[in-house]
Design a protein around this ligand. Structure first.
Ligand code: FAD
Length: 472
C-alpha cells in the first residue's frame, strides 16, 4: 500500500477494496482513468479474506475427505488417518494470501494508487479523508466517488461473539480446532455450506432455521435434494424455529429454541443469519447520501446515490450480496462515469451458486415465482441418476429443472429459469444463465450439442424434452 500524506486529485476515488471496489478500480484503470482505492483493512475484502475463497477451500477439503472415505468403491484401498486441521488452515491461508498478493500486483500494474486507512466522504461529496493506517491524514479529491464499504456478519442481541463458543463466518474460517458438535443458526447459502463442510469433516451438526425450509431462495425441488442428502449424512435440520436465548456453560453453549422451548447443547454455535451493510464507516451523516432503515445506501438502477458524482456498489447496497454482482456493479458504474451507454443489471436473472454437497446453482424464475408472475409454464426435470458421467464419478443424487413459457402446442418457449442440484453444477450453470439471460427459447437451446459423456448432458436432455421429443 502507498504511504502518502498529501492532497491528491483523481478521476475516481473508490472507498473499499473488496470485489466491488477493486473491480471498479481495475476496470476503470483499464479504461484509462486515474483511480485512488482506499482500504481500511485488507485488499480483497470479505470475498478473498473471510468469504468465498476460504469457505470454498474448506469445502474442497471436505470433498477430498469424502473421496478418501469412498475410495474403496473404486477398488482403491485407501484409509483416512483423520484430519490435520492445522495443515488444512495453512493451505486455505496460502491460497488467500496468494490471491490477495496477486490483487495488489494487479492494481499496481494498472497504476491504481492504493491508500491504507478508513475513508470518509466529505460534505462537498468530492473529497475523501483518510484516518488510521499508513495513509492517515491524507485528503483526496475526485471527480467521482464510488462507495464500496461492503458488509459484516449480522449478530443477535444476547449472543456475544467470542470466537470460540459463538462464532460468525469470520471466526469459523480460521477456528483453531473443528468442534465435535455445532449448531448453525440460519440455513441459507452460507449456513448450508458450513453445515456441509463441518459434517463431512466429522462435526455433529444441527441447523436451526426460522423459515419453513432451508435454502429459502431456492426452487423447492433443489432444496429438497439438499435436505435429503444432509439428513442422510446425519445433519439434523429443524425448520420453522426461532432461536431464543443462549447460555454458556462448561459443556459449551445451550440454546433454547422453538415454540416448546427445546434445548440443545453444543460445543460451538455458528451464527449465519445474513450480513449487514457497513455504511456507518463512510461518514455519510455529514453528506446528502441517503441510507435506508437497514443501513443500505439508497441507489437507482445505475448505482447512482442521487448525489451528483457519488455512486455506491456491492454489499453496501440492497442488491444480491454476491461477489459477481459486486463485479458487475463496479463495471456498470465505470461505464456510467465514462458517459457510455450502460445497461442496468437484471438482478432477477443473476446466477447463484451454493457450494455445499450436493452443490446448488440456479438462474431466473423458480416454478413458484414464475407462476406468481403470471406465466403459463411448462416444467421439465431430469435426474442425474441415469447419466453415465455422474455414475462414473459416483455422484448420482440431484436433478436439473428447467422452467419455460408454455406455447399453444404445449411445448416450451422462452426459458425462464434453470435450477440444478448435484455434481459440479456450480460449473455448469453458465449455460443455464446464458439461456435465461439471453431470453433464449427451448428450440434454440435444444439445437446445441452437449459433449458426451458429460454431466452437462442432463441440462441438454432437460431442455430437449421441453420440445416434445427426447432421447434418453
Ligand atoms: P466486501 O467484500 O465486504 O469489501 C468491502 C471492503 O471495504 C472491505 O475490505 C472493508 O475493509 C472496506 N471498507 C469498509 N469501509 C471502509 C472505509 N470507510 N474506508 C476504507 N475501506 C473500507 N459471494 C459469491 O458470489 N460467491 C460465494 O461463493 C460467496 N461465498 C461467501 C462465503 C462467505 C462465508 C461469506 C461471508 C460471503 C460469501 N460471498 C460469496 C459474498 C461475497 O463475499 C460478498 O458479496 C462480496 O465480498 C461483497 O463485496 P464488497 O466489495 O461489496 O464488500
Amino acid at each position: 500500500m502507498t504511504n502518502q500524506n498529501s492532497n491528491e486529485h483523481f478521476d475516481v476515488i473508490v472507498v473499499g477494496g473488496g470485489p466491488a471496489g477493486y473491480a471498479a478500480a481495475l476496470y476503470g484503470a483499464s479504461a484509462g482513468l486515474q483511480i485512488a482505492l482506499v482500504e481500511k483493512h485488507k485488499l480483497g475484502g470479505t470475498c478473498l479474506n473471510v468469504g468465498c475463497i476460504p469457505a470454498k477451500e474448506l469445502l474442497e477439503t471436505a470433498a477430498v475427505a469424502r473421496t478418501v472415505e469412498h475410495a474403496n468403491i473404486f477398488g482403491v484401498l485407501a484409509e483416512s488417518k483423520g484430519l490435520d486441521w492445522s495443515k488444512t488452515l495453512e493451505r486455505k491461508q496460502g491460497i488467500v494470501d496468494q490471491l490477495v498478493g496477486g490483487l495488489g500486483g494487479l492494481l499496481k500494474g494498472r497504476k491504481v494508487t492504493v491508500f491504507e486507512g478508513l475513508g470518509t466522504l466529505g460534505s462537498d461529496h468530492k473529497s475523501v479523508s483518510i484516518t488510521g493506517g499508513k495513509s492517515d491524514g491524507t485528503r483526496l479529491t475526485g471527480d467521482s466517488v464510488i462507495l464500496a464499504a461492503g458488509s459484516v456478519p449480522r449478530t443477535m442481541p444476547g449472543f456475544p461473539i467470542d470466537g470460540q463458543k459463538i462464532v460468525t463466518s469470520d471466526e469459523l474460517l480460521s477456528i483453531p480446532e473443528l468442534p465435535e458438535s455445532a449448531v448453525v443458526i440460519g440455513g441459507g447459502a452460507i449456513g448450508c455450506e458450513f453445515a456441509s463442510m463441518m459434517s463431512d469433516l466429522g462435526t455433529k451438526v444441527t441447523i436451526l432455521e426460522y423459515a419453513p425450509k432451508i435454502l429459502p431462495g431456492c426452487d423447492i425441488d433443489a432444496a429438497k435434494v439438499v435436505e435429503k442428502s444432509f439428513k442422510k449424512r446425519g445433519i439434523d435440520i429443524q425448520t420453522g424455529v426461532a432461536v431464543k436465548s443462549q447460555e454458556s456453560n462448561a459443556d459449551g453453549v445451550t440454546l433454547t429454541f422453538g415454540d416448546n422451548d427445546e434445548k440443545i447443547t453444543v460445543e460451538t454455535v455458528v451464527m449465519s443469519i445474513g450480513r449487514r451493510p457497513l455504511s456507518e464507516t463512510l461518514g455519510l451523516e455529514n453528506t446528502q447520501v441517503k441510507t435506508d432503515e437497514r443501513g443500505f445506501i439508497v441507489i437507482d438502477e445505475y448505482c447512482r446515490t442521487g448525489v451528483q458524482g457519488v455512486w455506491a456498489i456491492g454489499d453496501v447496497v440492497d442488491t444480491a450480496q454476491l461477489a459477481h454482482i459486486a463485479f458487475a456493479e463496479g463495471m456498470l458504474v465505470i461505464k456510467d462515469i465514462l458517459g457510455e451507454k450502460a445497461m442496468p443489471i437484471d438482478y432477477s436473472k443473476a446466477p447463484w451458486c451454493i457450494y455445499c454437497y450436493p452443490e446448488v446453482a440456479f438462474s431466473g424464475h423458480t416454478e413458484e415465482s414464475a407462476k406468481e408472475a403470471g406465466f403459463d409454464i411448462v416444467v421439465s426435470k431430469h435426474r442425474f441418476m441415469g447419466n453415465g458421467r455422474a455414475m462414473i464419478v459416483g455422484e448420482t443424487d440431484g436433478l436439473v429443472k428447467v422452467i419455460a413459457e408454455k406455447q399453444a402446442d404445449g411445448t416450451g418457449g422462452k426459458i425462464l429459469g434453470v435450477h440444478m442440484v448435484g455434481p459440479w453444477v456450480t460449473e455448469q450453470i453458465g449455460q443455464g444463465y446464458l439461456a435465461v439471460n439471453w431470453e433464449a427459447t427451448v428450440d434454440e437451446v435444444a439445437q446445441f450439442i452437449q459433449p458426451h459423456p458429460t454431466i452437462s448432458e442432463v441440462f441438454g436432455e432437460t431442455v430437449l424434452s421441453l420440445t416434445g421429443r427426447s432421447l434418453h
